[in-house]
Design a protein around this ligand. Structure first.
Ligand code: C6P
Length: 422
């Protein structure tokens, strides 16, 4: 692993040069972008891959015999192979392009759960899921008469496995858990949960929206049956996501959507489905964004996912130390940096998170405030909203210092102005 002159794992300043937007000024200040859990910024290499496709070989895939179509098809399938390698999937056919994590989870809910679950069965999730990995299962339960059960959290915000053998039982048919909480930063012990799920004959879906961009994720090592994630949180474009599935499970599933490319043969009476992964990719796919996601994977592989993760862990440890210096701010979630990622939610004893977010924006610092699409979790801490700073490969300690100074300023301003919204 390479270490830069400043003792960083890779040269963050050099990496920053690849991200045009990071040179921007916002409200007269140098942009400090700490909203990476919502979406990451994009390097020139990813933007160039998009431009290159549209300028040189824009064509539909899997349909043409002309040069442009063949080039587009090759690039589209190469990107799939890059993703396959990135998550160590056994075969490229196990990687399905979707629109985002939400669609990937919905695909499993529609095409797997509806076929394999029935009234009386149980679905198990955790209390720290994003709405995408909660509402789909609530709806399936309403429709099929299945029961939704929750793995609890500890006071500190870690997953509590003490009752796992009771929660995941012979009635459990599907387990759906996040790999890293988008609110608490908590890393969920997915491998242990997968072992328990498989011991009772259930399948496990992992929501990797917040883990795949930040740490090495190996689907064979985790032994998950499904993994869902989004391109836009890992340097790629919006509108593209991935569903990994074990090939034998995908084979046994019905298509999620119907149309062109997902069929082998059609008559007026019926149709025969195409092979994997095309069975799940109806219609003209998001070709440009898939190819650009391949470029994003190249970028991350070039840094090395071990290096990316170590960089973020160091930065998280630094940020948590700096937060601990603040008297009236409270971190919501685990404070041990080895148990969490670089997504740090926090509150102030008096100042509303939205006011903090607005005050920081005046200083060019972008954070997110609200319930972060995990309303029940945020509410369980007694809050309607929290502020959240989330880091990525290009953030550095100097930016954390700006954040902390900004928070001190905001506190001073609002204490005088008397902000006490609930
Ligand atoms: N969380 C956040 O600011 P989509 O929007 O489909 O790409 O990803 C959904 C999703 C699913 N699971 C987790 C753990 C997530 O964090 C997200 C997206 C963003 O926290 C936008 S709400």
């Amino acid at each position: 692993m390479k270490t830069s002159r400043r003792g960083e794992i890779y040269d963050v300043m050099k990496v920053r040069e690849d991200f045009p937007v990071l040179a921007r000024k916002v409200n007269g200040h140098q942009l400090v972008y700490l909203d990476n859990a919502a979406t990451s910024q994009k390097p020139r290499q990813v933007i160039a891959a998009l431009v290159d496709y549209y300028e040189r070989y824009n064509a539909n895939v899997h349909r043409g015999v002309h040069t442009l179509s063949i080039e587009a098809t090759d690039a589209y399938e190469e990107a799939r192979a890059k993703v396959q390698k990135f998550i160590n999937a056994p075969v490229p056919e196990s990687v399905i392009w979707t629109r985002n994590t939400s669609e990937s989870i919905n695909l499993v809910a529609y095409a797997y759960a509806r076929k394999h679950l029935k009234a009386g069965d149980e679905i198990v999730t955790t209390v720290m899921e994003h709405h995408s990995d909660l509402i789909s299962w609530q709806q399936i339960c309403k429709e099929l008469g299945t029961r939704l059960r929750f793995i609890p959290r500890t006071e500190e915000g870690l997953i509590d496995l003490s009752t796992i053998d009771e929660i995941i039982s012979a009635r459990t048919k599907l387990v759906a858990v996040t790999h890293m909480s988008n609110v608490l930063g908590t890393i969920v012990p997915v491998r242990e949960i997968a072992e328990r799920a498989h011991a009772v004959g259930a399948v496990i879906l992992v929501d990797g929206a917040q883990s795949v961009p930040h740490m090495p994720v190996d689907v064979q090592d985790l032994d998950c049956d499904f993994l869902a994630f989004s391109g836009h949180k890992m340097l790629g474009p919006t509108g593209i996501g991935v569903l990994y599935g074990k090939p034998e499970i995908l084979e046994d599933m019905q298509p999620f959507m119907y149309g062109s490319d997902m069929i082998l043969e059609v008559s007026y009476e019926g149709a025969k489905w195409n092979q994997l992964p095309y069975k799940f990719e109806a219609g003209t796919p998001n070709i440009a964004d898939a190819i650009a996601t391949g470029a994003a994977v190249d970028y991350l592989e070039n840094l090395g996912m071990d290096a990316v993760w170590r960089h973020e862990q160091q930065l998280t440890a630094y940020a948590l130390r700096r937060f601990a210096e603040l008297e009236n701010y409270r971190v919501v979630g685990p404070t041990d940096p080895s148990l969490r990622g670089g997504t740090i939610s926090f509150t102030h004893d008096q100042v509303h998170p939205h006011d903090l977010g607005t005050a920081l924006d005046r200083l060019g610092i972008a954070i997110r405030t609200g319930h972060h699409c995990a309303m029940p979790l945020v509410k369980s801490y007694g809050h309607a909203a929290v502020a959240r700073a989330s880091m990525y490969i290009y953030n550095h300690e100097g930016e954390i210092d700006h954040l902390i100074e900004g928070l001190k300023q905001a506190e001073g301003y609002f204490s005088h102005a008397g902000s006490r919204r609930s």
